[in-house]
Ligand binder design. Structure first.
Ligand code: PLP
Length: 380
């Protein structure tokens, strides 16, 4: 984290934690494919003793991600959900968590079916209405869990206002920053205590790795997460760390291209007669547009839209050719999916159920003309 603190975002993405290798001069951080490290005498090692506890490739990624989020501490995990799990385990049985009423389906499933049975209580709330948050708040509410923009409804929540609200009541604020990335949104600077990421998405950026991360400047939370990372052991392997490190080097240019292409696709969707409504925070008519314009640098590469009904949505999903029909998001290639039947099947029947006429696009960085032509032929 030292040395690059004053550099710009794109510079830190390439250099923070990624100085040439001290032993060999290798310009790229090597993949330290080793499970253990030699000790000169008992207890005398060079900072690493066993690879679950840490390895130099992981240190590089953790330092780089912390730098990008403006955090003092970074922790890499084997998946985004492993990162969420570590953060939720900093709560104790009996604690109450107020969460956004539109979150990644797997996050909700983890709350409802992993942490609730162990004694955590939680309540999904529309966080855009502070009165509702106040009604849901309890004496034992210890954590506020925010995702913004949300997946898949693209709702925007005001991180600064919610952080102030929660801090007045002594609770920690967590933001899942997967959709925005630190390039577009800096939750810690807006007042949040913890950022979680699925690095599988934009940070990796090439749909070739699954990973997660936790970033914080709070020393106490960092101590808890550091302990859990090692004690539970959901750590990524060195190749996966390397792939995320490689991905973040181009995060700034990729995000600019994602945003630009999303704008072009949104314009085409808005003009299309088969589209009933477009959910994109960059649209002036989006209810969260004002807040998004304040807390984000740009509006991102994720777009959702309503078709006439479920049948029309399912038929359209099958007709895309440049957009690949697949779960996940944030890679260089464009993806299309039906949240109700795919990524958010795990919330069917819950308060978080998503409308079945909805299609979600992860707009990639191909030529925008090809993306627009594909949208138009698929919706015909
Ligand atoms: C994908 C995703 C997750 C889960 O991450 P994995 O890497 O799939 O475990 C969490 N939050 C959001 C917003 C996601 O999109």
């Amino acid at each position: 984290m030292s040395g690059w603190a004053d550099a710009g975002f794109a510079t830190r993405a390439i250099h923070a934690g990624q100085e040439p290798d001290a032993a060999t001069g290798a310009v790229t951080v090597p993949v330290y494919q080793t499970s253990t490290f030699a000790q000169a005498e008992v207890g005398a090692h060079r900072g690493w003793d066993y690879a679950r506890s840490g390895n130099p490739t992981r240190d590089a990624l953790e330092t780089a991600l912390a730098s990008l989020e403006g955090a003092r501490h970074g922790f890499a995990f084997a998946s985004g959900l492993a990162a969420c799990d570590a953060v939720l385990r900093t709560c104790a049985p009996g604690d109450h968590v107020v969460m956004a009423n539109d979150v990644y389906g797997g996050t909700y499933r983890q709350f409802a079916r992993v942490h609730a049975p162990w004694g955590l209580t939680f309540e999904p709330v529309d966080l855009s209405d502070l009165d509702r948050v106040a009604v849901a708040w309890r004496a034992n509410t210890r954590m506020l869990w925010i995702e913004t923009p949300t997946n898949p409804l693209m709702t925007i929540f005001d991180i600064a206002a919610l952080s102030a609200f929660a801090h007045e009541r002594g609770a920690r604020v967590v933001v899942d920053n997967t959709f925005a990335t630190p390039y577009l949104q800096q939750p810690l600077a807006l007042g949040a205590d913890v950022v979680v990421h699925s690095t599988t998405k934009y940070l990796g950026g090439h749909s070739d790795v699954v990973g997660g991360a936790v970033l914080t400047s709070d020393d106490r939370i960092a101590e808890q997460v550091r302990f859990l990372q090692n004690a539970v052991g959901a750590v990524p392997g060195p190749w996966d760390l390397f792939l995320v490190l490689r991905g973040i080097k181009t995060l700034a240019v990729r995000m600019r291209a994602h945003c630009e292409n999303a704008r072009a696709v949104v314009a085409a969707l808005c003009a299309h007669p088969a589209v009933r409504g477009v959910l994109y925070p960059g649209l002036a008519g989006h209810p969260g547009h004002g807040v998004a314009a304040q807390q984000m640098r740009d509006f991102g590469g994720m777009v959702s839209f309503h078709m006439a009904d479920a049948g029309a949505a399912l038929r359209a999903c099958a007709r895309f050719r440049v957009f690949t029909l697949a779960e996940s998001l944030g890679g260089v290639e464009s993806l299309v999916e039906h949240p109700g039947r795919m990524t958010h099947q795990s919330v069917a029947g819950s308060p978080l159920e998503v409308p079945d006429d909805l299609i979600r696009l992860s707009v990639g960085i191909e030529d925008p003309a090809d993306l627009i032509a594909d949208v138009e032929q698929a919706l015909e």
